[in-house]
Design a binder for this molecule. Structure first.
Ligand SMILES: [Zn+2]
Length: 308
């Protein structure tokens, strides 16, 4: 009997020892609200953190409000990266109303000079409150580089053990972004035209500001989801002919119904100019990245702007 008790005690001891040995240290949990920031985190941290882009694939972020269970996951994570108070006004309420002392909240726009919102294009920002700043700062590669450094610092703070790993990956990623930046510079240096027709919400202000790209809306004088009148269409055809424009761009994540009608009638091409707010489920499946989106944008713009 005593022998058996000793045996059982030994077994239990062994089991506990085994269990504690296989117990894996939990990875830091990182929650991210927008695709460009998510892409930076996964490029720098790779498999050292569990990172979750909680904006569902295919959703656009301007009218997004997270569910209660998502908010709970954010509060319980180690690091929460959001893009700005302009785009995610709900973050202020979250931080004020919750015990977040163990959570690091990072405004990824810190250190970036945000451009004032372009109120001339305000009517194209439907369903949105008046913005003080243009929230689409990630569309300038230089801002992606600043953001990579800000996010690197935050990752080191929550996980100092892996500092060297993060620093090395960030260096590599910033170099890739610099190559991309050179491609943008080269595009506008060699483009014969500087105007595009773009039937989406005003998202490319940072490109306009830096490179002088002029964005013309095909919807002037009517709502983006309405059928264009014959008169509006005729006006647009004149602009297309006069400016030698052969493509109408539309934004990602929407059905370009009206843009398609206009393009068909004007006999020009129709293409997506991707604002990188988020991926569609198909693009997520195909593992698109911020850099692959921009490579694609640049090659379409080369055609539209008569790059030589
Ligand atoms: Zn937008």
């Amino acid at each position: 009997m005593l022998k058996r008790i000793i045996l059982i005690a030994l077994l239990i001891g062994l089991l506990t020892a085994c269990q504690s040995r296989v117990e894996v240290k939990e990875k830091p949990q990182v929650m991210v609200s927008l695709f460009p920031q998510y892409d930076i985190v996964r490029n720098i941290a790779k498999d050292k953190v569990d990172v979750d882009l909680f904006l569902p694939a295919g959703s656009e972020p301007h009218s997004y409000e997270p569910s209660a269970s998502t908010l709970m996951k954010i509060v319980e994570s180690d690091l929460f990266v959001y893009s700005s108070d302009e785009l995610e006004p709900w973050v202020k309420r979250l931080v004020e109303g919750n015990a977040t002392e163990n959570l690091m909240v990072l405004d990824a726009s810190s250190g970036i000079s945000l451009l004032e919102a372009d109120h001339e294009h305000e009517d194209e920002h439907e369903d949105e409150d008046e913005l003080a700043f243009d929230p689409h700062y990630w569309l300038d590669t230089q801002n992606m580089i600043i953001m990579s450094k800000t996010i690197l610092e935050a990752l080191i703070q929550i996980d100092p053990e892996n500092e060297t790993f993060y620093v090395n990956n960030a260096d590599t990623y910033v170099k890739e972004l610099q190559v991309l930046d050179e491609m943008w510079i080269d595009l506008f240096e060699h483009a014969r035209l500087n105007q595009i027709i773009y039937g989406g919400h005003y998202a490319f202000g940072y490109l306009s500001h830096r490179f002088g790209l002029e964005i013309i809306s095909p919807y002037s004088g009517y709502a983006p989801d309405a059928e264009p009148s014959a008169q509006a269409l005729a006006g647009l055809m004149d602009i297309l002919a006069e400016k030698q424009i052969n493509v109408i761009f539309y934004e990602e994540l929407i059905d370009p119904r009206v843009a398609r009608i206009i393009a068909e009638q004007a006999n020009v091409e129709i293409e997506v100019l991707h604002g990188a707010h988020n991926l569609s489920p198909e693009q997520k499946e195909a593992d698109w990245t911020y850099i692959s989106i921009m490579d694609d944008n640049i090659s379409k713009l080369k055609k539209a702007l008569d790059y030589e």
